[in-house]
Design a binder for this molecule. Sequence first.
Ligand code: SF4
Length: 503
Amino acid sequence: MKVKIIILEHPRIQSENRFNDIANTPLWSCLMGGYVASALKAAGHDVRLIDCTVNGWNFSKTATEIMAFSPALLAVNGVYMWEKTGSLFDFFQNLRQAGFMGHITLFGFYPTLACHRILAFSKAVDSVCVGECEITVTELASRLSVHTPVGNIKGLAERHGNGMNLTGSRKPISDPDLFDFPVRPDQDFTTVSILGSRGCYNHCSFCPVPSFYNNGPLWRGRSPENILLEIEELVSKGITDFYFADPNFIGPGKKGKERTQKLMELIRPLKITFGMETRPQDLDDEIMESLVSSGFTSMLLGVESGSETLLGHLSKGITRNSSERAIARCRTFGIEPEIGFLMFVPDSTLSNLGENFEFLEKNGLLDRLDRTANLFSHSHIVLMGTSGYHRHQQEGRLTPSGYQGFEGEIEYTDKRVAWMRDVMVFACLHILKESASCDSPIHWQKPQGQGAAKRVNDYLVKLFERLLKDAASVKPSDDPEMVKKNIESEIHREMRLAEFLEP
Ligand code: SF4
């Protein structure tokens, strides 16, 4: 028997302070609702995918639509929204108060990593699908369709008293070709996200991807033929630009490279363009040549640090040299890479900050304001369920923070580094907020390497050097507020000067 189901990509509310932190959820979670919807459709259910990231609905409009459709199952991709996350649980509570009787289940990265906590505090939520969720949600729907109890489904955590009951973990499917292509909302997209692989073969301490799938490294690639079929289908609808949302596009070793080469051969005749994210040591000349000749235009490289010591603390499994080689290689092939970087981590020393700065400068990464402000401001974020969270908790250095303790505030070993982070992040966020305003001389759509943006960029680079020197003599009692005030007026002076010199 089929049941009425809504798959929901809920409204996202932007955080005031964390608007440039993308660590709240891995990129590929944007396709998760679509994958769940396609699995349920294949099982014959009456499925409606509501994607509020596309239709722009707020929680109130979404609630009205859900009440009108009255599904037996509301399955929600729960995305952490920093301090705004409570709005999601208020929404569930409001649905219950309005008389919604359907089963509410959550899936995705945040619900998986925080399932104990969510089921303990939100009585409106019935269950959480832990880890890879397509099969778990489908089994849940099948139980609901015949009105049998939903207990004992592998991977489904249910509330049990004030705690939770999880029958057993659900192993990720070994062959990702078995998943149907994701349902996509009707919308004219210029760039379409696509998922060529799942998971990662590394286990960085800050990353939720390995914890989500396997509590450890696990990478599974779709076959090149299967990816080609999906791309051809989208090309037939007029789409020509793609972004592979894979946490790790190329995959491990020789086999990962051979698979990528094969995929490139298949998609080359389609004349599409595409971007992707990968680890520095997975690139070589052969792969680059193959990628570029198949329409490759943009890349995010997970570099994270210019300090060998900190790369070790982050369990990154790469060296500074491999990152430098990858950046140079991309440029040789005409690709300017974007860089994933953690400037401030709790175990950093001032000398490590100096190494980071020297790395960025040496590799020509500090010449564009939008990039400089991001590289100088990203701090290590510690999320519940990651290996870094457990380690710091065991060391007694973690104070739960964020919504319902989903984040961990880690005590910095060197208080001077914490002072520098406080001041530098303030300066960068101030600039990034300013660059969001259309009237600003440093608006992000204006050329970032010239005019006012260049002037403010050069100021920011000098500011970092100056603060690094000042930090050496900072005492724990020193209040950074006065320094921040001065920086704010210096930034505005630079913008005014730029306008005066180049009206
Ligand atoms: S390499 Fe990237 S995807 Fe893999 S564990 Fe590290 S941060 Fe996550």
